[in-house]
Write a protein that binds this ligand. Sequence first.
Ligand code: PLP
Length: 354
Amino acid sequence: MTETIDINITKTKHSKIHEADLEKPQFGSVYSDHMFLADYSNGQWQDLRIVPYGNLSISPANTTLHYASTIFEGLKANRSADGEILVFRPDANARRLQVSAERMCMPPVPEELFMSGLTELLKLDSSWVPSAPGTSLYIRPLQLAMDPYIGIRPSNSYQFLIITGPVGAYYAEPVKVKIETKYTRAAQGGTGFAKTGGNYAAALKPAVDAQKEGFNQLIWTDAKTHEFVEESGTMNLMFVINDTLVTAPAGDTILNGITRDSIIQLAKDKGMKVEERPVRVSEVIDSIKNGSMQEAFGAGTAATVAQIKLIHHEGVDYHLPPVEDWKYSADFLDTLTKIKTGEIPDPHNWIYKI
Ligand SMILES: *Cc1c(COP(=O)(O)O)cnc(C)c1O
């Protein structure tokens, strides 16, 4: 399938790899030498190309600049001990981009186009995949509307891009989070399940306010009652209560995380009990108070697992048990990291080798 897709490649004459710190890369500040692009017009994807990483030229009337007609994905590639480049579940990201596209009235990027663009880009920029422990190559596919038109309607032209850059660990330390009971991330019937720009723009003020109060992140609650926990920042939220993995169901307002799905699978593999069900704020607080809450963590591609040491609710700090003693989340992180780097077998065929 992928052989039939023609990609025009223009290589850079000025590689920046020697200026990059691949031992301790900063998240989101350095990008690899090349990027993949495809244009959508006249009802089809065309002009597939890889070019030197660089700026785009966009009309000031570009509809995305005004109305946030943009969706994205996030995934990672790791280097194995024998130097192979391993990408974690890219097919799942390709499908989720299509789910986001459908909600935002955008034409879907075919999975074969996504996969062949990604494959050729990573072949060309393979030296950018770092090998130091904790590092990886972050891959950011994005799709945006391109019509130079400020009326409100679906665009006729779109662009699909993939950029990449080396990254280190995202949150090294256990985090303090605040349960948000004023602002809302996502409502029933809204766009919470889509990775679309506006969701993240609207979440900035609540997150910055929480940071001013000394918290690293928020725990979002449902829009209607603020009585149920949903996600933590841009991660899915998971708990271990009485040795059971508890997490809210993905759906309209909760993004269907691939890390979340992978951890649920690993838990089931271990014979651990898993409950995907609505989780009340009161249950979270009560189970911390009565000691049945053993662990709490965020799950997402950037951090994989971000352990939560403190949860704040309505003026009160609730402390989790000492993070050093946690077994489950540490084990999920360890197992996922080893699968991603090829150190242990990959029983669910999650790894795509470049
Ligand atoms: C991307 C994202 C996640 C995590 O998804 P992964 O596929 O695990 O990276 C969770 N919640 C939100 C809101 C996100 O944008």
